[in-house]
Design a protein around this ligand. Structure first.
Ligand code: TYM
Length: 320
């Protein structure tokens, strides 16, 4: 199986990124061919400060490596280092129906929140399709919010294949059931643009305060509570194994506890869970040359593959 996924360097990575996507990247890195990239071209639709974008891109690479991405097993690269993808994007764009893109939630949501609706934002799923199709990827590990974009990718690949003969492999989204949509501190989807994130590499003291501030209902301590759908329970479940989750669920149903106790357990669990990665991050940050070398090697491998697929597509549509 060929696996591929991308992540935008638009800010510090958060629990949603990790549990929805990054943990899958790591679990899948022993598959036949594995490509993970930092989507800086996508990030250009929101990050307009060049220095910031450069730093966020490099930090994203350090984060992924610290979290366990192994460059000997997976190809790690920066999206813009593979210009073949942008060229493939144009080929797909020429056959991408406006209506299909207008229906995409991510575009509609951002527009509704007042973000400038420029062409980059609108055509975002086409670039994403090129990202995936350029590597003949079969499986794309993502959170639920990206599933619609992968359906768009399948549609675009399907109609290109229909018109020009079989050129592209049709990919499938791989979504984890228990982390498809990690809630943020306000119960909405955790997202950088909703300002409700808990960052992976936050200072543990600051993070503890953020967790303590999570809004809960005001039921009295003795009252039994239903765990399903409770933000604190859902967040705690990300770090817990089955028996810990069950123990917490029965504590909820029994009642007689305050939310402060759960928050404390959640903060402890998170601190413990990311402790080793935090340490590795410090070590990697001190070796920028090594990180640059990993990204350079990744780009060389990625370009080889994407170049082959691009030639196939160019030949099929008569521009080569
Ligand atoms: P991005 O950068 O917004 O998010 C990266 C990954 O994190 C997942 N994710 C979540 N999962 C569960 N719960 C959440 N609250 C949560 N928040 C984020 C996302 O689903 C995603 O998997 N368009 C993509 C980047 C991209 C891409 C690609 C992905 C560009 N090209 C090709 C796959 C294949 C994006 O904006 O992800």
């Amino acid at each position: 199986m060929r696996v591929l996924s991308g992540i935008q360097p638009t800010g510090r990575f958060h629990w949603g990124n990790y549990f929805g996507a990054i943990q899958q990247y790591i679990a899948l890195q022993d598959e036949d061919e594995v490509y993970y990239f930092i989507a800086n071209l996508h990030a250009l639709t929101t990050v307009r400060d060049p220095k910031e974008l450069r730093e966020l891109t490099f930090d994203a690479a350090i984060d992924l490596l610290a979290l366990g991405l192994d460059p000997n097993r997976a190809t790690l690269y920066v999206q813009s280092d593979v210009p073949e993808v942008s060229e493939l994007c144009w080929l797909l764009m020429t056959g991408a129906p406006m209506g299909l893109l207008e229906r995409c939630h991510a575009y509609k949501d951002k527009k509704a929140r007042g973000l400038r609706a420029d062409t980059g934002l609108f055509a975002y799923p086409v670039l994403m399709a090129a990202d995936i199709l350029a590597y003949d990827a079969d499986a794309v590990p993502v959170g639920e919010d990206q599933v619609q974009h992968i359906e768009v990718c399948r549609d675009l690949a399907g109609s290109f294949n229909h018109h020009y003969g079989t050129v592209f492999v049709l990919p499938k989204a791989v979504v984890l059931e228990n982390a498809a949509r990690v809630p943020g501190t306000d119960g909405e989807k955790m997202s950088k643009s909703y300002n409700n994130t808990l960052a992976l590499f936050e200072d543990p003291k600051i993070q503890r305060k953020q967790i303590m501030r999570i809004q809960t209902d005001s039921r009295p301590i003795e009252e039994p509570k239903e765990p399903a759908g409770d933000v604190l329970f859902d967040l705690y479940s990300l770090f817990a194994d089955d028996s810990e989750r069950e123990a917490m669920a029965s504590l909820y149903r029994r009642g007689g506890f305050g939310y402060g106790e759960i928050k404390k357990q959640l903060a402890d669990a998170a601190e413990q869970f990311f402790r080793d990665a935090r340490q590795r991050r410090v070590e990697l940050a001190a070796k920028p040359d090594l990180v640059r070398e990993i990204l350079g090697d990744g780009a060389t491998t990625a370009r080889k593959k994407a170049g082959m697929v691009l030639r196939r597509a160019q030949e099929a549509c008569g521009i080569r």
